[in-house]
Design a protein around this ligand. Structure first.
Ligand code: C2E
Ligand code: MG
Ligand code: MG
Length: 682
């Protein structure tokens, strides 16, 4: 293709040779320019910018070597391939040609067939080189964009070197320190000894280094993630650094937004639990605390009668009262729409507190009373950790709702709700697999830029003989508790791979998302088994995207990282599911080897209503993009949400707008309609 439009300059003082070459090359479709001496050759190069130069050695005015040097000295002449035509076996002139900067040589007399083959070869090589150069340039600009740079530390002398644009990456005017002690002096005072120790440790033990360093102060303050390892000869330590200052600021911002409720400005459950646990851990273990769940009864009536805005106002005022009358140190949160959590020291009177809530709300000038039901659990009597206590308080609150008026029901020891139901299901669940009652449904994921369906998520369903289809939300926790999730998990992986293979056979290449549960991660051979399954079905590993939730990830993070790294090495994609709802620390989580971040549907739901949700999505997307991850938004139900997400640069969406999760055969229509058969899986 390139040959057809390539221009070739022939510089030779012998008209016969020029004629032979011109005829041969023109026939091949090349454009040919001629020059009859060296000087004109250089001029022709400047004027025509040929793609290749064929150059004679011995010529009047300016010999071939001087021509090469002149062209190479020209700022457009660095890369143009120059083929020198030397006399046979004149080794010295061949050497001189290369020294002058020629690309290749060919001996006279010219054989037209050989020449055109050689020309094609040289042009191809030049083109490949140009592509490489372009890639390298792009890489360098990507480094700057990603705020990446490189460093080197010489062990003996303590000399440090940085990549040339390191100060630019950091936005510093000053050069970076050229000695390790100067570098340490720049590190935040509280971190200096740690950084020094880590550097020494990895030097002395030939260990990899992965450090987050707080550097400089004031406007020069930066957080650098420095990774490195000692060179093979142990003389130097070489590594890369990334300026993560902006990323960390973004994480903090996201964390705040994710952890606070927009309407009431109260913490959400996950922050509440964390603060409560910290509080309990700090105490002697004996000071009793009361954890309460307060639920406003029949808020929906107010919504129905006076509109949502009125309902929202009631919630705001209610939260305000909770805050106003709380004793210092009391922890508050909004758990769900109309449910609040309170944790207070037992010595503070809860009766007095609750009585403040029993006041009229004014809607359009009318006094309206709302009633609450409250349940409580007591620390340490009923439970020893925050999560258990909140669960018990919730169960007690549900009992309270059955009564009338605002009253508080305490958790009764030894009584745990829903156990009976759990046991019933559990028995059925044990038989479900044998009875073939599980089946898989698939929900498509659409790429926004192209509108193509590029992936599906596999979701399990249970067809119960009496109760109909049961949601995985109900039975997955039971499977996890009993450990049966391992068997069922294997079955799920098998089904998903089989389906992916079946679609591939029809020419539909889709990425298949599979949810993994915490218990599956405890199996040491998990990665190998998944790989074996893909091999059995003849699908490449990159076809699968394994979804893990934050909570799994934090379950035993070190082991999880090991397993995830193995899976990544095998070629699987890793997605973090329901992002933003767990209890994990972002900073930590984002160290996991991830490809994809799935934003939880709870944030998408309120996108068009709440500014806070939009702010969360915006920050989450920026975070995800900053980390180079693919972002998928879950639970997209309408066009407005889609448009908003599209504008933000979210990569893919999943939700009822595209399709509910359905059986494979029902998806067929949607796939052939919207996907491109030979599309590469992104
Ligand atoms: P998930 O992995 O976050 O799955 C997405 C859930 O969102 C699915 O619920 C899906 O039906 C629902 N969804 C999708 N689009 C929309 C939408 O537009 N609006 C609304 N309101 N919901 C939407 P599903 O199938 O009930 O699954 C619930 C959870 O159960 C999953 O959440 C996942 O954590 C777990 N699960 C499901 N299948 C499996 C499985 O095969 N293995 C494991 N370990 N867990 C599973
Ligand atoms: Mg999922
Ligand atoms: Mg999800």
């Amino acid at each position: 293709m390139t040959a057809a439009i390539s221009n070739i300059l022939i510089v030779d003082d012998d008209p016969t040779i020029r004629l032979v070459i011109r005829v041969g090359l023109s026939r091949q479709g090349y454009g040919v320019i001629e020059a009859d001496n060296g000087k004109r050759g250089v001029e022709a190069f400047v004027r025509h910018r040929p793609d290749l130069i064929l150059l004679d050695v011995t010529m009047p005015e300016m010999n071939g070597f001087d021509v090469v040097r002149a062209i190479r000295a020209h700022n457009e002449g660095t890369w143009v391939p120059i083929l020198m035509l030397t006399s046979a076996e004149d080794v010295q002139s061949i050497d001189e040609a290369f020294d002058a900067g020629a690309t290749d040589f060919m001996t006279k007399p010219i054989n037209p067939t050989l020449l055109s083959r050689r020309v094609r070869y040289v042009l191809g090589g030049a083109e490949r080189e140009a592509v490489l150069r372009q890639a390298r340039a792009e890489q360098e600009s990507a480094c700057r964009l990603a705020r990446l740079g490189f460093w080197q530390l010489h062990r003996q002398s303590g000399a440090m070197r940085w990549s040339e644009d390191a100060p630019a990456v950091l936005g510093w005017r000053e050069p970076l320190p050229d000695r390790v002690d100067h570098f340490i002096a720049l590190v935040d005072a509280g971190q200096q000894s740690e950084v020094k120790n880590q550097l020494e440790l990895s030097m002395n033990h030939h260990e990899g280094l992965d450090l987050e360093v707080r550097l400089g102060d004031g406007a020069r303050h930066r957080i650098l993630r420095m990774q490195g390892k000692p060179s093979a000869d142990q003389d130097t330590m070489v590594g890369a650094f990334q300026d993560v200052t902006g990323l960390r600021a973004l994480e903090n911002q996201v964390l705040y937004l994710v952890e606070h409720d927009e309407l009431t400005n109260l913490p959400k459950e996950r922050l509440f639990l964390r603060l409560l646990q910290e509080q309990l851990d700090m105490g002697s273990g004996e000071d009793p605390w009361m954890v309460m769940v307060l639920d406003i009864d029949r808020l929906h009536r107010i919504n129905d009668a006076f509109g949502h805005a009125a309902g929202d106002n009631v919630l705001r005022v209610f939260a305000q009262r909770l805050r106003q009358h709380a004793a210092p140190g009391t922890l508050l949160c909004r758990l769900e729409a109309d449910t609040f959590g309170v944790a207070m020291a037992m010595e503070d009177s809860h009766e007095a507190y609750l009585s403040h809530l029993d006041k009229a709300h004014f809607i359009n000038g009318k006094a309206v009373f709302v009633e609450c039901s409250a349940g409580a659990g007591i620390y340490p009597r009923d439970g020893s950790n925050a999560e258990d206590l909140l669960l018990l308080a919730r169960q007690a609150q549900r009992k309270a709702r059955l009564g009338s008026g605002t009253k508080l029901v305490f958790h009764q020891q030894g009584q745990v709700e829903n156990k009976a139901m759990g046991i019933l299901l559990e028995t059925d669940l044990r038989l479900a697999q044998d009875k073939d009652e599980f089946f898989m449904v698939f929900q498509p994921q659409q790429e926004l830029s192209s509108g193509r369906i590029v992936g599906v998520e596999a979701l399990i369903r249970w067809q119960h003989s009496q109760r109909g289809v049961i949601s995985p939300v109900e039975f997955i926790p039971l499977l996890e508790e009993t450990g049966r999730i391992r068997h069922v998990g294997d079955w799920i992986i098998e089904q998903a791979c089989r389906q992916a293979a079946a679609w591939r056979r029809q020419g539909v290449n889709l990425r298949m998302g599979i949810n993994l549960s915490a218990r599956q991660f405890e199996q040491e051979d998990l990665a190998d088994r998944i790989l074996a399954c893909t091999e059995r079905h003849g699908i490449p590993a990159r076809c699968l995207e394994l979804e893990i939730t934050e909570n799994i990830a934090m379950h035993s993070p070190e082991d999880t990282i090991v397993t995830l790294k193995r899976l990544r090495e095998m070629g699987f994609n890793i997605a973090i599911d329901d992002f933003g709802t767990g209890y994990s620390s972002f900073g930590y989580l984002l160290k996991f080897p991830l490809n994809t971040l799935k934003i939880d549907k709870s944030f998408i739901e309120n996108i068009t209503e709440y500014r806070n949700s939009r702010a969360i999505i915006r920050s989450l997307t920026a975070l995800s993009q900053g980390l180079g991850l693919r972002t998928i938004a879950e639970g997209v139900e309408n066009q407005r949400q889609r448009d908003y997400l599209d504008a933000l640069g979210i990569n893919e969406i999943q939700g009822y707008l595209i399709s509910k999760p359905v059986r494979a055969d029902e998806l067929q229509h949607c796939l052939t309609m919207k996907s491109v058969a030979d599309a590469d899986i992104p």
